[in-house]
Design a protein around this ligand. Structure first.
Ligand code: NAD
Length: 251
């Protein structure tokens, strides 16, 4: 990927899930392109590693669970009145559990991380963008936001709902200069835990995936899409769902 020096100079960007995978690739590229990045993750060691690379921009890290109000508060404090963009990347899988086998704990946690935490953090950062009269929010959804054959019931429901959150936010706040879009990745090589926990569901899902899913890509490929949505080149893009799946959603 070609780095565009200073493309994000002077901008402050919040990135969740910045310790690994797509969030890490997004934060690292933003830093290389000159942004001030507020990188947040559950895992403090991963965030510390992010700061060890050669970076051009300024890195602030916030370690904590996005489902805790205190973490959200610390992220907003780190913004210090400036948030040009917010990338809601953090997310977790559901073991491909189908409806008859889903336990309340898995359902609640997946919905809490993939949906409710996104709403709470966005709600907290939005006032800063409203004062500035501009901002870009990018929510990382999934191919599972577009079909029922790519994950279990909790993950699928959470990512479908995330598109609703994205469109509602885009519609209401577009006139205030705030664009809200989603990226829907297909397979990406990351550390996400995607071990099937249901034999019956996996027997149904696996052959469909084998037949339809293109080869997975690296996280930098997704970071490129996320960054583009934050730039002025995407100024007319609001409420969109950008599939980045090699054509999976076209089958
Ligand atoms: N990897 C894929 O194939 C794929 C496909 C489609 C969508 N996605 C989506 O992309 C996003 C990023 O996934 P990834 O594959 O990079 O995963 P990953 O597991 O490699 O990275 C996710 C990061 O988020 C952090 N995180 C998880 N829960 C958190 C919480 N409650 N609070 C704070 N941090 C938390 C983890 O510690 C981890 O560092 C997710 O929303 C995922 O659903 C991934």
């Amino acid at each position: 990927m070609e780095i565009v020096p200073d493309r994000f100079a002077g901008r402050t960007v919040v990135v969740t899930g910045a310790g690994a995978g797509i969030g890490r690739a997004t934060a690292a590229r933003l830093l290389r392109e000159g942004a001030r990045v507020i990188a947040t993750d559950l895992d403090g060691k991963r965030l510390a590693a992010l700061g060890q690379g050669k970076v051009e921009g300024a890195l602030l890290t916030v370690t904590g669970d996005l489902c805790d109000g205190g973490t959200v508060q610390r992220i907003v404090e780190a913004c210090a009145g400036r948030a040009d963009a917010l990338a809601n990347v953090a997310g977790i899988m559901d073991g491909f559990l189908p409806l008859a086998e889903i336990d309340d704990e898995t359902w609640d946690r997946v919905l809490a991380v993939n949906l409710t935490a996104v709403m709470r953090l966005t709600r907290a950062v939005l006032p800063v963008m409203l004062v500035a009269g501009q901002g870009s929010i990018v929510n990382v959804a999934s191919i599972a936001a577009l079909r029922g054959s790519a994950a279990g019931v909790a993950y699928t429901a959470s990512k479908h709902a995330l598109l609703g959150l994205t469109r509602s936010t885009a519609f209401i706040y577009g006139p205030d200069g705030i664009r809200t879009n989603a990226v829907a990745p297909g397979g990406v090589q990351t550390s996400i835990v995607a071990t099937p926990r249901s034999e019956s569901a996996w027997a149904r899902i696996e052959p469909v995936m084998q037949a339809n899913a293109p080869p997975s890509v690296d996280a930098d490929t997704l970071a490129a899409n996320i960054l583009w949505l934050m730039t002025d080149e995407a100024r007319n893009v609001n409420g969109a769902v950008l599939s980045s799946d090699g054509g999976w959603s076209a089958c």
